[in-house]
Design a protein around this ligand. Structure first.
Ligand code: TXA
Ligand code: MG
Length: 349
């Protein structure tokens, strides 16, 4: 049985107490952060963390992020020096996760036997109040493995009822894409995953950053992908087709008459999408906010495909495009392939 914990201004402390008792008792609680919902358990208990892997069907070799609510907790779980502490004070709380050397107190199950640990100090009052009471909480995104991350508690209830001990019913999260992950054990620092904290802000606050080509979300970024090359992650079950060239996206969504797809587009492109469409928003914050939510709506629709446009890759756009590419069944990127959009889709029709 999963307990759904409603939370509002009037019952805030009671709700947090209920959730924290479950965590302290070795149970699992789905809770909001400013990015996406997390599926949390006591980070210092192997047994409790084992339940996270079970609940979301996560392979054991995929490590968990440890969430903290103050700097003493950071020191409890990871090795940091004074220089790093000064930097952390500039960025936390916020959606930037740092990869650090772990301390022994963190069980191996959390880090998949590695000697590093990802630390996150979320900027969400529910998460912070909860962690303050329980101590460090290990939590991956709350979705079942490979599915899109969960950004609304109603989706958490649909997906995880019966699989976790409790779900905090706190509605929609602020950002909608996961935190940015930065490895600070090397020099220069290395970006492991773009996300809600922009690269521009990292450079401003922490200095130069090395970016591995995989951060863009292509499987092999040096090679143009051909349609049909499949890799998915954060993915809807329906096939998502990304058309990177905006003009071709516009042409396709106004000319294709098969009506077996939903166009996922910006407000600007909405007029071109004559048939079914999900308008992701006016700016990149709205797009991020709605992206995973609409991936789930696509899955519950009666259409066969989602056809999505690309967005500029500055600010949060970097993380958004990484998620869109990883979620796409097919990426139509090359000029020669663009001329064949219909052929590509017909392959799947
Ligand atoms: O916004 C977020 O970061 C959300 C909320 C709940 O905090 N969490 C999240 O966790 O996105 P998850 O588990 O879905 O993604 C964390 C990523 C995974 O790809 C995992 O492999 C990687 O971080 N990771 C965790 N610990 C690591 C480690 N020690 N070394 C390398 N990668 C690590
Ligand atoms: Mg995840």
């Amino acid at each position: 049985m999963t307990l759904v914990i409603d939370i509002n201004k009037d019952n805030f402390n009671n709700a947090i107490n209920t959730a924290s008792e479950i965590i302290k008792g070795g149970g699992t609680v789905v809770f909001p952060t400013e990015t996406v919902y997390g599926l949390g358990a006591d980070a210092l208990s192997s047994e409790a963390c084992g339940k996270i892997f079970q609940a979301k069907k996560r392979p054991a070799d995929n490590p968990l992020i440890v969430h903290v609510s103050n700097f003493d907790m950071v020191k409890q779980v990871a090795e940091i020096n004074d220089d790093l502490l000064i930097k952390m004070r500039k960025i936390w709380p916020g959606p930037l996760t740092l990869l650090l050397k772990k301390k022994k107190i963190v069980p191996d199950v959390v880090t998949s036997n590695m000697d590093t640990v990802c630390i996150r100090f979320p900027d969400n009052e529910i998460a912070l109040a909860l962690i303050e009471k329980t101590g460090p909480i290990a939590a991956p995104s709350a979705n079942i493995a490979t599915k899109p991350s969960i950004v609304d508690s109603s989706d958490a209830i649909k997906e995880l009822d019966g699989r976790v001990d409790a779900i905090i019913n706190a509605g929609r999260v602020k950002y909608g894409v996961e935190s940015t992950i930065l490895d600070v054990t090397c020099s220069p620092y290395e970006l492991l995953r773009p996300g809600a904290f922009s690269l521009e802000d990292i450079k401003k606050l922490l200095g130069d950053v090395h970016i591995d080509s995989v951060a863009w979300g292509y499987k092999e970024s040096s090679k143009a992908l051909t349609p049909g090359m499949k890799y998915r992650h954060y993915a809807p079950s329906k096939k998502l087709i990304l058309i990177e060239n905006n003009q071709k996206f516009q042409e396709f969504v106004q000319s294709d008459l098969s009506m077996d797809f939903i166009a996922l587009c910006s407000m600007e492109n909405a007029a071109y999408a004559k048939y079914d469409k999900f308008i992701l928003g006016n700016d990149i914050y709205e797009v991020a906010h709605n992206l995973f939510y609409y991936f789930r709506m696509l899955d519950s629709s009666d259409k066969k495909f989602g056809v999505i446009q690309s967005f500029p890759e500055n600010g949060m756009g970097f993380g958004v495009m990484n998620r869109i590419r990883k979620a796409s069944y097919s990426i139509i990127k090359d000029k020669e392939n663009i001329d064949n959009i219909n052929n590509v889709l017909n392959e799947y029709r």
